[in-house]
Ligand binder design. Structure first.
Ligand code: N2P
Length: 391
């Protein structure tokens, strides 16, 4: 097997959390073509389900034409709401009766939701485009979702440091860039200087602690509260230098030059660069691949157990799995997709961007998606709240 990013990704993820790989048991319809050959909704299950689909997804995660084209083709009206953290989505699912037919949790959170009976199995007979999915990605998804029964990857990326290079260099003055670029957000020597041009951090404990723990040389998904205290103490030293805790707003903050350093999602940093070029502010924004790695996530389409429009949800998932639709998402928002058939349709510049499609040696450095127990989650939440308030 050649050493590709995906193979490394696979072996990385096979090792996590002692989970056993279960191969994909369900196969897409054998005679289906690459396109899904969708019939107009009026002829499919007419009268069985009202033409409504309620979707809950992350912000800035769509191409402009994704929803309008689906609505035009199927006659299904989409209601689309957004969230900015797994914590928010998880709380909604736990409270039940979300009213959503499709939600997009990251795979590690989706595992908790599968185990808690909050998601329902997919009907693969309705997903004729399943065959377009990359088998390597399906295999690693099977770590958390054995047999790939519940989840379909939407897009994936990793949490890392993003910078406005010109502003950072100006703020650092004579000081060279650190070898470990996590220092830009975690070492007061740097943050005290970067404070002048603005540092922003994701507003989600589950995104920050695995990285902060690695930075202080503790296990990323430790269950020892003392380890979290060590990470918290380290973070509190830079607290006075942080301007904002914000997840969905980082793209705009970077693109408009309001901040110069962010701890956030690599895809959003590339998108901020693209937006700044589009809005002619041309900020020199970069996602950094740090020597200490980053935290990988795979955001997945899933159907809540109490969804009312399950057939429409399958139609939407099958639509996303068309090569041109999945490539359209990647081209619009600069996140990698799991669709092998879509690769030739992804813009060359994006395919060649090594912060979007990471080389194998960088994939190896990433922290694979993981989970902590509920007691640890409470420790994370309490300490993160204190961190935010500066207490
Ligand atoms: C989209 C951000 C989603 C990535 N803008 C976080 N899982």
């Amino acid at each position: 097997m050649p050493l590709t990013s995906k193979n490394v990704l696979l072996s990385l993820l096979l090792g996590i959390a002692g989970l056993t790989l279960v191969s994909c048991g369900n196969k897409p319809a054998e005679n289906a073509s690459t396109g899904d050959g969708a019939k107009p909704a009026a002829t499919a299950n007419a009268g069985e389900e009202e033409k409504i689909l309620n979707i809950y997804n992350w912000s800035d995660y769509l191409a402009e034409d994704t929803i309008p084209n689906f609505e035009k083709e199927t006659g299904i009206k989409v209601r689309y709401d957004i969230f900015d953290s797994n914590e928010i989505l998880h709380a909604k699912l736990m409270a039940k009766n979300t009213g959503y037919d499709i939600v997009v949790p990251s795979s590690n959170w989706a595992k908790l939701q599968i185990d808690g009976g909050l998601l329902q199995k997919l009907d693969k007979s309705k997903l004729t485009n399943w065959k377009n999915l990359d088998p390597d990605i399906l295999k690693q998804m099977a770590n958390l979702d054995p047999g790939n029964q519940y989840l379909v990857d939407w897009l994936w990326s990793y949490t890392t440091v993003g910078i406005n290079e010109d502003k950072v260099k100006a703020a650092l003055g004579d000081m060279p860039m650190p070898e470990n670029t996590w220092d830009l957000v975690f070492d007061p020597k740097y943050t005290s200087k970067l404070k002048s041009c603005g540092i922003t951090i994701l507003d989600a404990p589950s995104e920050i602690f695995p990285i902060a723990l690695r930075y202080v040389h503790k296990p990323e998904f430790s269950s020892n509260p003392d380890d979290y205290k060590v990470a918290y103490d380290m973070m509190m030293k830079v607290r006075p230098d942080i301007k904002r805790f914000n997840s969905g707003g980082q793209i705009e903050d970077l693109a408009s030059g309001n901040v110069c350093v962010a701890l956030g999602w690599a895809g959003d940093f590339n998108l901020a660069r693209k937006r700044s070029i589009e809005n002619k502010s041309e900020q020199n924004i970069k996602a950094l691949v740090t020597s200490m790695g980053g935290y990988m996530f795979m955001d997945t389409m899933a159907i809540p157990s109490d969804a009312k429009h399950v057939d429409n949800a399958h139609k939407f998932i099958n639509y996303i799995l068309r090569p041109e639709v999945h490539a359209g998402l990647t081209n619009a928002v600069t996140y990698a997709n799991p669709n092998k058939a879509a690769t030739p349709l992804v813009d060359k510049e994006i395919q060649e961007n090594k912060t979007i499609y990471l080389p194998a040696e960088d994939v190896k450095k990433l922290i694979p998606p993981g989970n902590v127990d509920n007691a640890t989650r409470r420790v994370e939440t309490r300490l993160f709240t204190q961190f935010k308030t500066g207490a």
